[in-house]
Design a protein. Structure first.
Length: 205
């Protein structure tokens, strides 16, 4: 009886481990090929997805994974290297699955692949655009915003205007002072001039 309990416990531990090992090792599936642009009814170049760990490094899967391929066009076909429908199973210890795509409809469509662990039941979804008979959109280029320079110029102009105004005020003050000083000197010199004139008139005359 004790042996059966021990065996059952070991089986439970093994089952839980097999359920979690895939989740611990693989954290995402990604496309490692760029979006393709092809013509209607033309077979695309190879398109590849890859399983990776949390560090973004290629990581082989630790269990069999079932793949589901879908396209937003509804008329696309996913093919293998031989031209037959692509296989929907990734074997344990592999990390890549390559396929090809063909579509009889023109447009910009989204390819979606859902990878589900057969034992852990954990799923990953990855998507990418494909362009059938239409051009790929041009990348958006964002121009850098120039740094403002008006503030510095305005401050410098303000300082120049302030300095100019102060200089003009100083010059005006000095001119007025000199003018007043000259006028006052003339007034104060009048008594002396009158005294000299009287002396010349009465004494010398």
């Amino acid at each position: 009886m004790k042996i059966f309990r021990t065996a059952g416990l070991c089986f439970a531990i093994f089952f839980l481990y097999s359920q979690s090992v895939f989740a611990l090792a693989v954290s995402e599936f990604v496309f490692i090929t760029v979006p393709v642009q092809i013509q209607v009814n033309e077979v695309s170049k190879a398109i590849t997805i890859e399983s990776r760990n949390s560090n973004g490094v290629k990581e082989p899967i630790q269990e069999t994974v079932d793949l589901k391929f879908t396209s937003s066009s509804g008329s696309g076909i996913f093919l293998g290297s031989t031209g037959k429908p692509v296989g929907t199973v990734m074997s344990k210890n592999t990390a890549n699955r390559t396929f090809y795509y063909k579509d009889s409809k023109e447009g910009d469509f989204v390819l979606t692949i859902v990878a589900t662990g057969r034992d852990s039941k954990q799923s990953f979804t990855v998507s990418q655009h494909v362009y059938i008979g239409v051009p790929m959109p041009k990348p958006i280029v964002v121009s850098p915003v120039p740094k403002p320079v008006a503030t510095t110029v305005t401050k410098n102009q303000t300082k120049i205007e302030e300095n100019t105004t102060a200089s003009e005020a100083t010059t005006t003050t000095l001119f007025v002072a000199e003018k007043h000083q000259s006028f006052l000197g003339k007034i104060l010199s009048w008594p002396g001039k009158m005294l000299g004139f009287m002396r010349h008139l009465f004494v010398e005359g």
